[in-house]
Design a protein around this ligand. Structure first.
Ligand code: ATP
Ligand code: MG
Length: 562
């Protein structure tokens, strides 16, 4: 074959390129993404999705979506639907290749029968404690339970009766007959089937025996002729078993390849623990914008392209590591800097009144939408005698090098004029409520002939034109870096960041935001990137902060260490 193959960029791609060149499987590449429908997908799954679908895209192959639904107790249709929605949203298409491990229950049962007939599996009546005792330890060989010597006929009869529901949960299991002294504990007569009289979300009450993950996963790969079965490192010791089934059952030779899972700072990455956060009410559902689930990230304002880019930058390694959350934030910030429209929003307002600006005058100023993207055009923003500015942009007793407003001080209002503070009005509690200012008519942005030099540029919103909206400021859900390690020692409640959500009920927005629709990204000048939340009603818009403009956490830790 003189086919030009894209250059491999990680060890898995190297394996694939070698396989294609050697004509293995006729040069075919076929991967699968195999979620268990027991929760919503998280950022760790994004890595696996981008890897599996990305490989197939790059090397002209196919990817199956396979729901690994062998455990009846924890799986639900809600999760199946959410997983489909999330994979599609990330930009991937599995065509008509959607499978369920439960579709193969009959095939798996037949395989178990074949193993029994070959003398390679037996029914064991031991209790879990007895089985553990007989298993030995990595340095000590196991010993057979009395049931290991059952005849093939007896095993066939008992397994058949297990299926027929003649025994209660836990009374018997089916085990492979492999070895009792392998240094790999997974090879010491692993369990293949257990009895569970439970309703399954797809097969209903048809089955009361269910295959173990190890007896299902590889066989599903084989039944779908998956060429490269990619999984995380903890499955490495399972690989000899994966290959044993292929050999003994003469199955399609799928190859299992392990890679390092994604670990992210300030993040929990287990569906079981995420479910606990939801159930205990620490967050408002699986799609809470603080959750590192795909649905939470979507609601927060992350884009599919940024998540794919993040997965690519993380890369594929053979050793476990911890990725800094700052990388995820960097990637979305970088993208939104190029695409987000700039707008002016004041979150903590004080009034600024321009005493020499006519009471009945308004001007519509032309302001560019995105200095990074000239094609984004301009918009009209109303200016009037009464404006809102940010409380923090005024200081009565400023430090040196303060370029914002102070008594007698001057600054530019973005896209408009230079103003000077003449006097300060306070409420009865002594806090500043209004600044009385003078503006300089010849200092208009773009045609400034005033000769006045100022360094500070402030955002503002015209009072009579302001639109009110709720703004939700999100921060990291956890205050510790290695959440999984900390959670092993302390209750989750102790690890939560108390400031992970700050709600501003009445932010003042420029009127162009009245048109804001879902899926559009804005940069609120000097505040961060925002997008509309689905809690928006016809009466009130709600905006989520996707990410701040700068890496504020890095600043904090630098300050702390200096
Ligand atoms: P969790 O522990 O969060 O429940 P899981 O591995 O049990 O995760 P599955 O639904 O079985 O979840 O995972 C589907 C696929 O996604 C598997 O191939 C799994 O290896 C992969 N995956 C899960 N978590 C990560 C992660 N953090 N990084 C990379 N891949 C992951
Ligand atoms: Mg799993």
């Amino acid at each position: 074959m003189s086919q030009k193959l894209p250059k491999p960029t990680n060890f898995i791609e190297e394996i694939i390129v070698r396989d294609i060149k050697e004509g293995k499987h006729g040069g075919r590449v076929h991967t699968r993404f195999p979620p268990e429908p027991n929760g919503y997908l998280h950022i760790g799954h994004v890595k696996s999705i981008v890897l599996n679908f990305g490989l197939a895209e790059k090397y002209g192959g196919l990817t199956n979506l396979r729901f690994d639904d062998t455990n009846p107790s924890k799986e639900e249709q809600e999760y199946v639907d959410a997983i489909r929605r999330d994979v599609r949203w990330l930009g991937y298409d599995w065509g008509d290749r959607e499978y369920f491990a439960s579709d193969y229950f009959e095939d798996l049962y037949a395989m178990a029968i074949r193993l029994i007939k070959a003398g390679l599996a037996y029914v064991d009546d031991s209790t879990p404690e007895e089985i553990a005792q007989h298993k030995g330890s990595p340095t000590q060989p196991g010993t057979p339970t009395p049931y290991r010597f059952r005849t093939i006929e007896e095993n066939l009869d008992l397994f058949h009766r297990m299926r027929n529901g003649e025994f209660p949960d836990g009374a018997k299991i089916l085990r492979a007959k492999i070895s009792l002294d392998s240094p790999n504990m997974h090879m010491r007569d692993p369990i293949l089937y257990r009895i569970k009289h439970e309703h399954h979300h797809r097969t209903g009450d048809k089955w009361c025996i269910y295959p173990m993950y190890d007896f299902a996963h590889g066989q599903c790969d084989a039944l779908e002729s998956i060429t490269h079965s990619l999984c995380t490192l903890e499955f490495m010791p399972h690989r000899p078993l994966y290959n044993w089934f292929i050999k003994k059952l003469d199955l399609f030779p799928s190859r299992q390849i392990e890679f390092a899972r994604l670990n992210l700072t300030y993040t929990l990455m287990s569906k079981r623990k995420l479910l606990q956060l939801v159930q205990d009410g620490h967050v408002n559902g699986w799609d809470d914008p603080r959750m590192m689930t795909v649905s939470g990230l979507r609601r927060r304002g992350y884009t599919p392209s940024a998540l794919r880019e993040f997965a690519r930058r993380v890369g594929i390694a053979k050793r476990d590591n911890m990725i800094d959350m700052a990388l995820l934030e960097f990637v979305i910030r970088e993208e939104l800097n190029k695409t987000a429209r700039r707008v002016m929003v004041v979150t903590d307002p004080i009034k600024l009144t321009i005493t020499n600006y006519p009471d009945d005058k308004e001007e519509w100023l032309t302001i560019e939408n995105n200095p990074e993207d000239k094609d984004a055009g301009t918009r009209q923003v109303p200016f009037s005698r009464q404006l809102y500015i940010e409380r923090e942009d005024f200081m009565e007793n400023p430090p040196k090098k303060w370029f914002r407003l102070s008594p007698g001080g001057m600054a530019r209002l973005k896209g408009a004029y230079i103003v000077r503070v003449d006097s300060v009005i306070k409420d009865d509690k002594g806090s500043v409520s209004e600044l009385l200012c003078t503006y300089f008519p010849d200092s208009k942005s773009g045609q400034d002939t005033s000769g006045i030099k100022v360094r500070g540029v402030l955002h503002w919103v015209s009072v009579p034109h302001a639109v009110e909206a709720e703004v939700r400021l999100y921060d990291r859900l956890f205050k510790v870096e290695d959440v999984a390690a900390a959670a092993a020692e302390r209750p989750i409640e102790d690890l939560l960041n108390p400031d992970s959500l700050i709600i501003i009920p009445n932010a003042k927005m420029e009127p162009s935001l009245r048109e804001a629709g879902p899926g559009v990204h804005y940069q609120f000048m000097r505040k961060g990137y925002f997008t509309l939340d689905p809690d928006t009603t016809p009466g009130k818009k709600v905006f989520n902060r996707t990410v701040t403009l700068k890496d504020t956490w890095a600043k904090i830790s630098r300050k702390a260490s200096s």
